[in-house]
Design a protein around this ligand. Sequence first.
Ligand code: AMP
Length: 196
Amino acid sequence: MPSFSNLCVYCGSRIGERPAYLEAAKTLGRELRAREIGLVYGGASVGLMVACADEVLKGGGNVIGVIPRALVDREIAHPSLTELVVVETMHERKAEMMRRADGFIALPGGMGTLEELFEVLTWAQIGLHQKPIGVLNVDGYYDGLLGWLSHAEREGFVPKEFERLFFTSTNAKELVDRMSAYNAVGIDIGWTKPKS
Ligand code: AMP
């Protein structure tokens, strides 16, 4: 039995410049399919998103796409998902993806991917969900972001224990293994009031 029913994958609506990004999206899709874990994603037929979704579908796996109506109208929706949930706004879309998934993985991506990743991280930080979060650091793509988080920690804007909020790995199998073994832990947010 898989320990997750569904994992949500955030990733680029473009494929990026390096073949390794596309390969990682496909590998993650195969990994989910092999473990009988359903995919929840943005429902699009473009970029790394479709590459990951198609690998899950190929083996008869379940893929739920959650897409705003405006993008369906632009014919970007994937035509053959297990389920396509059409919502009205981008906000509803993220909430629905979050509700339906037991955990979240970010593959390489752009602003949309980061927005989604940071929303689940922020919500985990203040204890609004206890679902595991993974960052698949393909070819060092997220090194700069991880470096920035360490900088923000040193500068006192990110909690000391921020590394406990998510897993990072360069390997999809290892990442899903570690996320499966996750026991939710609260972190000390370390809020202080300035002295008046
Ligand atoms: P980006 O990283 O900017 O390419 O945005 C990708 C992320 O934002 C994905 O994880 C999606 O959930 C969402 N997204 C961006 N573009 C689309 C699209 N055309 N259709 C559906 N979702 C999208």
